[in-house]
Design a binder for this molecule. Structure first.
Ligand code: NAD
Length: 508
């Protein structure tokens, strides 16, 4: 889903800069892509697609900054994050406005994403405790054993458009407090939030070269994946690109953790509190205009739950106010990120109709009178979606909810297991045994029981499986720390007679 590169525009839109070696610098690349305000469909900036030589310069800066940063006491590294938390708290409102401007989230959604990002930085503040190794005295006669966590070197983050501020914070604070240096390549569709993060890192006192930002598409990404100084690659984005990033990184001897796309199933049993289930489904499917990797995009109505669920859902979806999010407004749902993405959603809705799914609520043609050129799609609900249909299988990544019917819990669990994706799966029920069966058998890495979006907090890993994750160690939690460090084990033997002779001790 990358934006097509165009020749540099002659309009007044500002080119986005890179952040390299502690300086904001212009890219000389002749390839650039537009950055939009999706609420009104106007271009607001121009993102350079950095050349391989520019990427090389950024990595070399990060590489040069590594020895001094690695040797900076861990408590001092953590102190930068304490200062960053304060700055993030102070600037949360303006950061949220920037996210809404370039991405289209409502203000509340943007504030929520900044808060989730702050939680990652708070977690990184505990790095001195989190990276303490193990020790054991006298594991053999006169032998002690200890482990240490050492940083790796230059780490890279490649991030998607849908959480422009939060996803970089899933990666950089942990990588950096572990003693690594970092190069971020944010989505070319939403590069402004990442540049704000660079400003705040600098203001928090992070030394030059420890955090860097380059921009671009495949050329810049390939230059990162193949660079001899890069040790580890963290990726979040769609499944085909995640697979490519993982395979290329591994081939070039890097560690890699690559989060992919999703089609999250939300099961509703007839005994569920239907109002709560509908509220959660609506928030999960239409929050952030459906552009979340944890969005519940496929509801599985079990037994008699189907008709009341679809009826209530269609009625509440019709009441959601869709509108501009770039200015203070009472909109409950904003636009999608680009016209290209809107067009792909419309094509997918047509496909669903042709395949025979029933449109219970059609969000096409939604009108936002003060923004006729914005990229809007109203909440859309498909009913009677068969498992083999495209709208059941594919990640559409927009405000389109498919409802499929299953005769039993077993059949519904089987559907989650057959999905090529495995990020989240949720059950709504009052039946403890059904919930227990589901939580141990459903084919996803993050399970919700009466929770619409089971996204873990910073101290727990983001445990996608199947096509939703490629790698061994997930982002966040202890796995995130293991990913950004190398454990070193030391065995030492000191015999009583191994001293130089002057300071003899006698064992009592
Ligand atoms: P994307 O895969 O198009 O882009 C992600 C990143 O990869 C961007 O930085 C982009 O510039 C880069 N990229 C794109 N094409 C490339 C190519 N051919 N070669 C090298 N790099 C390339 O994803 P997106 O549209 O920005 O984001 C939406 C996707 O991200 C959805 O599939 C969503 O589910 C997924 N996502 C997953 C998670 C998760 O944790 N599993 C979280 C957020 C988003």
């Amino acid at each position: 889903m990358s934006v097509t590169a165009t020749a540099p525009s002659k309009s007044a839109v500002k080119p986005v800069r890179m952040f390299v070696g502690g300086e904001f610098v212009d890219s000389k690349s002749t390839r650039r892509g537009p950055v939009y305000n999706p609420s009104i469909g106007e271009q607001i900036a121009e993102c350079p697609f950095c050349t391989a030589a520019e990427v090389d310069a950024a990595v070399k800066n990060a590489h040069a900054a590594f020895p001094a940063w690695r040797d900076t006491p861990v408590v001092e590294r953590a102190r930068v994050m304490f200062r960053l938390v304060t700055l993030l708290e102070k600037n949360a409102e303006s950061i949220a406005r920037l996210i809404s401007l370039e991405h289209g989230k409502t203000h509340e959604e943007s504030v929520g994403s900044v808060r989730r990002g702050i939680e990652m930085v708070e977690y990184a503040c505990s790095i001195p405790t989190l990276t303490m190794g193990d020790t054991m005295h006298n594991i053999a006669v006169d032998v002690d054993c200890e482990t240490y966590f050492h940083p790796l070197g230059v780490c890279v983050g490649i991030t998607p458009f849908n959480f422009p501020f939060m996803v970089p914070l899933w990666m950089a604070p942990i990588a950096i407090t572990c003693g690594n240096t970092f190069v971020l390549k944010p989505s070319e569709k939403v590069p402004l939030s990442a540049m704000r993060l660079a400003e705040l890192f600098a203001e928090a006192g992070l030394p030059p070269g420890v955090f860097n930002v380059v921009h671009g598409d495949k050329e810049a990404v390939d230059a990162l994946l193949t660079h001899p100084h890069v040790q580890a690659v963290s990726f979040v984005g769609s499944t085909p690109i995640a697979k490519y990033i993982y395979e290329t990184s591994i081939k070039h001897g890097k560690r890699c953790q690559a989060n992919g796309g999703a089609k999250n199933h939300i099961l509703v049993l007839p005994d569920a509190d239907m109002d709560k289930a509908v509220g959660a489904l609506q928030a999960s499917a239409f929050g952030c205009s459906g552009q979340r990797c944890m969005a519940g995009s496929l509801a599985v109505a079990i037994g008699s739950a189907g008709d009341p669920l679809v009826e209530k859902l269609s009625a509440t979806a019709a009441k959601l106010k869709v509108g501009r999010t770039d200015i203070g407004s009472d909109a409950q749902m904003g636009p999608v990120v680009t016209k290209q993405h809107l067009d792909s959603l419309l094509t997918n809705i047509d496909k669903g109709v042709k395949e025979g799914a029933k449109l219970a609520r059609d969000g096409r043609g939604v009108k936002v009178p003060d923004a006729p050129n914005g990229f809007y799609l109203g909440p859309t609900v498909f009913d009677h979606v068969a498992p083999q249909m495209h709208v059941s299988q594919a990640e559409l990544f927009g405000p389109v909810l498919s409802v499929t019917r299953a005769a039993s819990l077993d059949e519904a669990i089987e559907l989650t297991n057959k999905s090529p994706y495995g990020n989240g799966a949720v059950i709504y029920t009052r039946d403890g045994h059904a919930a227990r069966e589901f939580k141990h058998r459903a084919g996803a890495g993050m399970i919700g029981v009466n929770v619409g979006v089971p996204a873990p907090m910073a101290m727990f890993p983001f445990t996608g499986v199947k096509g939703s994750f490629f790698g061994d160690l997930h982002i966040q939690g202890k796995e995130g720390i293991m990913f950004y460090t190398q454990q070193r084990m030391i065995l030492s033997r000191w015999h009583p007679d191994s001293h130089a002779g002057e300071f003899v001790t006698t064992r009592g």
